[in-house]
Write a protein of this length. Structure first.
Lengths: 401, 350
């Protein structure tokens, strides 16, 4: 029998409870090789998570997290989509189909997905330029993200913004100037408080940006006015090519808010990120003012596609993180070893994800570029059509809102 | 209030015409504008240094904090980059902030937020994210405040697409333009002038209305004339009118155009005027190089009015130096009325 079996299993979910695994034989008929019921899977489990270092807080997030099978599968899928999307972007960049700046997020998936699972869809979020992951969690589709990277009309910003300038509802980008997004985020939080809707703003920045003066100005005002703002420092240990030790007199980024309470979180563990975010959100919503989270994470790629990422760190270091702390592997191992999902099931998801990314890449490479007529549009909002000067005095171009 | 009397039409009877004119300072006009817009739309709020409890560094926001309270009138710490960014973020999330810079010199600290976060965002997001914000404050030379506090930023801000830049002169300008700016869904920079704050102007009935707005992008002919076109903005409009009064005695009739808006520039009004007068002089307080006047001249060169010029278009500007302190030096660093008169006579070959 083994010689008759070809190595491509597929699944039939019969009714609500039985999972049959089939393989095709060389004669074309299908043979059941395994049978599992959902009753076999653990519906939820409790996991111990790392204790967070605390600053000006009496107590921190819980030391245990409950994960349901549904949640686990959803987190896994989203992180896998994010990972594969970024790797596809890497490919397209090397083929010169994506140009300019491209800052990839692979390695940091637990941060974006963990944060989103700890807040509401109606909350707000702003980040810097390493933004593709957040664009996804905040409602952007892979298709429109990739088409924005390739500069096509189907892009989330119609090709006008590119990698660093993607927007969605309650997601304010995608910001290119290091640190500038932090005051913006506090402003969004001010609007939340002003409008009394019990919403908050998650305001992200990196370890490099953490040394920007405007961030300290923002800490001051956010604390003074008790703005509902979760400041999050994604510490991936390197600001471009400069390690944290070479950039910061204090690398305790969770303490840099001084009078703002802070916590340091394992950013490679999605459950840790989720619980910390829930804790922080509760703090804000109770009117206590801002709070600061440092997520300790890692990026596999260099700072951007122009940076190979190995002149300031060793391949061994990157490999070590990949093998010991990969966020997707950590979740997968937890789920498998607690019988919350099967290896085959997760592989199925991988196959689906690969297909989704391929489709999106296909769209992103075949969708046409924006029409030239769009060049001068979107200068002003809610404005009658106006004329814009072109490259020479006779070039009078049309601009509509 | 001034009540006027007038002689009726040719029937020969004396008819008393009562005209209610309000004499309002530029400061009070700005105050009225903000008060009315705060009342009209609860999303509007004011933030900046000393705007609330101090009543404004130059008293422009006097009484507003008392009326509207802490939520709508916010005193900030001395953190221009921070609070300008906060204002822009609030605008992105649905509010309509008025961000005051104590003077535009300090806006340089925050200029990244004005340009990169405010002006460019609607374009970068292909129309997804509007930024309805007003940046206002005094701009340009004052009296004895020396080099770091006297720069004119009209040229710098007007250089950038995505911004509208206004420069009021009179009380009517101040009120109507600031109201338009607040109602506009886009980033608007309003360049006021500290030396004009205390100057009173007549405010017509129309201008006293709570819905009085002046359209952005339209210049106003303050004084018609046939011999030369003087184009100016802000305080220099007054200087041009004074120069025109002197020149009128010598039979030279100047047409004085008050730009009101620097970006977008009302080229049509300037061109129409040149086609009538055949001579152009632009007058500004700022530095000459790459300034407002330079742009006006370039546009006239490129457009239909060029063929109507009987002499090269010229600029009267501030002297190309950092602003000195001593009074005699400061007075000679900005255009004086005699400089305008001199330039008119040179242009007209008198």
């Amino acid at each position: 029998l083994p010689s008759l079996i070809t190595p491509l299993p597929h699944f039939l979910h019969t009714g609500a409870t039985r999972v049959l695994m089939f393989q095709r034989t060389s004669t074309g008929s299908r043979v059941v090789v395994a049978s599992r019921t959902y009753a076999d899977f653990t519906p939820q489990a409790t996991f111990d998570i790392k204790k967070c270092d605390l600053h000006k807080l009496e107590e921190g997030p819980p030391l245990q997290a409950v994960l349901t099978r549904e949640e686990g599968l959803q987190y896994y899928r989203t992180m896998q989509v994010m990972r594969r999307m970024e790797l596809k972007a890497d490919q397209l960049y090397k083929q010169k189909i994506i140009r300019g700046f491209c800052h990839l997020y692979d390695g940091q998936e637990a941060c974006a997905v963990g944060i989103e699972s700890g807040i509401n869809r109606t909350d707000h979020l702003i980040t810097a330029y390493r933004a593709h992951g957040y664009t996804l969690t905040r409602g952007g589709t892979v298709r429109e993200i990739m088409a924005e990277l390739t500069g096509r009309r189907g892009g989330i910003a119609k090709g006008k913004g590119g990698s660093m300038h993607m927007y969605a509802k309650h997601f304010y980008g995608g910001n290119g100037i290091v640190g500038a997004q932090v005051p913006l985020g506090a402003g969004v939080a001010l609007a939340c408080k002003y409008q009394g809707k019990n919403e908050l703003c998650v305001c992200l920045y990196g370890d490099g940006a953490a040394n920007q003066g405007q961030i300290f100005e923002t800490y001051n005002m956010a604390a003074l006015w008790k703005l509902p703002c979760i400041f999050i420092c994604e510490n991936n240990k390197y600001g471009m090519g400069t390690s944290v030790e070479r950039a910061a007199a204090s690398t305790d980024y969770y303490k840099r808010g001084d009078f703002i309470p802070g916590l340091r979180v394992d950013g490679m563990d999605i459950l840790c990120v989720r619980e910390a975010t829930k804790f922080a959100a509760e703090h804000c919503r109770s009117g206590k003012g801002p709070i600061l989270m440092e997520l300790q994470t890692y990026r596999y790629h260099g700072h951007s596609m122009s940076d190979p990422g190995i002149s300031y760190r060793t391949r061994e270091e990157i490999q070590e993180v990949r093998s010991k702390s990969d966020p997707i592997s950590l979740l997968k191992d937890r789920m498998i070893s607690n019988n919350m999902a099967s290896v085959e099931e997760l592989k199925e998801i991988d196959v689906e994800v690969r297909k989704e990314i391929e489709d999106a890449a296909q769209f992103a490479t075949t969708d046409p570029e924006p029409p030239l007529e769009d060049l001068c549009n979107h200068i002003f909002s809610n404005e009658p059509p106006m004329e814009v000067r072109g490259t020479n005095p006779w070039a009078k171009l049309k601009s509509i809102s | 209030r001034v009540t006027g009397l007038g002689l009726g039409p040719s029937s020969g009877n004396l008819v008393v015409v009562v005209v209610q004119l309000e004499l309002v300072t530029v400061r009070d006009a700005l105050n009225q504008a903000m008060d009315e817009e705060l009342e009209r739309d609860e999303r509007v709020f004011l933030l900046g240094e000393e705007v609330a409890q101090y009543d404004g560094a130059y008293k422009v926001s006097r009484g507003l904090w008392k009326k509207y309270g802490d939520k709508r009138i916010i005193d900030t710490p001395i953190s221009e980059m921070g609070f300008a960014g906060i204002a822009v973020g609030a605008a992105m999330a649905g509010l309509r902030p008025i961000c005051e810079f104590m003077t535009f010199n300090f806006s340089m600290q925050a200029i990244d937020q004005v340009i990169n976060s405010a002006a460019k965002t609607y374009y970068m997001s292909a129309g997804l994210q509007p930024v309805p914000i007003v940046f206002r404050g005094p701009n340009g030379a004052s009296a004895g405040v020396a080099a770091q506090h006297s720069q004119c930023f009209a040229a710098w801000y007007s250089h950038c697409p995505g911004l509208k830049v206004l420069s009021p002169w009179s009380a009517e300008d101040a009120k109507g333009l600031l109201k338009s700016a607040i109602r506009d869904d886009n980033p608007v920079v309003v360049l006021e002038n500290e030396l004009m704050y205390g100057v009173a102007f007549e405010l017509s009935d129309e201008a006293q209305s709570k819905d009085f707005v002046i359209p952005i992008g339209k210049a106003k002919i303050e004084r018609p004339g046939n011999h030369v076109t003087l184009v100016a903005h802000s305080r220099m409009v007054g200087f041009c009118l004074d120069a025109a009064a002197v020149l009128a005695k010598e039979g030279v009739e100047c047409e004085v155009i008050n730009l009101r808006t620097i970006r977008p520039l009302d080229t049509d009004t300037i061109e129409a005027s040149i086609m009538k007068t055949n001579h152009l002089i632009s007058v500004e307080g700022g530095w000459p190089q790459f300034g407002v006047g330079a742009e006006i001249c370039a546009r006239i060169m490129e457009g239909p009015a060029f063929n109507y010029l009987d002499a090269p278009a010229i600029r009267v500007t501030g002297v190309d130096i950092p602003m000195p302190y001593a009074k005699i030096l400061e007075d000679n660093s900005v255009p004086q009325i005699k400089d305008i008169i001199f330039s008119v006579k040179k242009t007209l070959n008198m």
